[in-house]
Design a protein. Sequence first.
Length: 421
Amino acid sequence: MPTAAFPPSSQATPASGDRGDACPGSLRLHAADDGALARIRVPGGVLTTCQAQALGHAARRLGDGDLHLTSRGNVQLRGLRGGCGAELAEILDAAGLLPSREHERVRNIVASPMSGLDGRGSQDVRPWLTALDAALCASRAAMGLSGRFLFALDDGRGDVAGLGADVTVRAIADGGAWLAPGSVRVASHDASRAALAAAEAFLEVARSRGARAWRMSDLALSEGEMAQLIRDRLTAESIGHEDHPAPDDVADGPPLGVVGGALSVHVPLGRLSARQWQELTDVSDPELRLTPWRGVVVPTPGTTTAQAAESLARLGAAGLVTDLASPWLRVGACIGRPGCAKALADVRADAARTLDAAGRADLPLYWSGCERRCGHPRGDHVDVVAAPGGGYQLSVTSPTPRTLSAGVPSQIRAALAAITS
């Protein structure tokens, strides 16, 4: 149900580090070089087909027509025309994508995208996701979270547990849930309450110390100190808990193709054209799920194997990646030029020109237009960073730190072979 009318001040504003948390949202747009940018939070990456259609409509009507996936399973609209903030908010609100104006930037939740679809995992985390989002939007304290604070809900397979979230809840084999920080077991029905309690404990500590802390790591507390603070908060909230070792198994994101009861595709550089988004919404019913690895999972309830294969082929024909051998699975990039004023190169175009090199490299590549390396992944990879004087600098940190320069994009292939050999 739509919320109250939105104020006309929902317009693009320049990002500034001295005005607090400047993360863009649906109501606070960011002024980029290619127009205004909106970041729409999509908890768990879950969109109904109708919501996906509304996002596509907003992108075509108000922006450049494309939809950009983030590493948190959210959506960005770019190239938005000036003064469209109120109209965008109305479109999103009518689609149920703005359940709370005060909390819209803090609804950062990643969840195992295949949960409940492929028979893996210890339990389906969708009830946790629904409950946590509702609890966040009902918490006045949670309004103080930054747009960078991240929750992860892992169904036990270990896919999103390794994404460096501030608060992680992971299903365990005995039917309970493991919470971090804190490293404790809580009952499954308390999982979402415990996650919110951990976030509110973080806010309370930050406030008491007068610290500008966007994320857990900004508090500079030891692991033991933070764990005790969260355990104390759980006790105060009457949430039963007990010590439990951290699960140590991890998993990658969803494989591509027809997987269990779903289709899984990868989006090159996370950018979906209007046609690709339309194809996804056409084959989705009743929902689709955006992944933190810039992919899309489309549940296929009641679909035959032949129908699923036909839909997958349709998505592949639209330019989405369905082949595990594709080098696009090993390449990521920031927006670069012309969208970002700080970028020194059109990194996406250069990444596409040297795509064959990525397929032969030992490590995945991430292209950045400047030293900020916005959106760079966790784990071992090759950083390809545009240099102030032109060209690129390539660096790896594992197994041995190395740095090489490539004067022009055509030299990337040779530099990449040398740095990963």
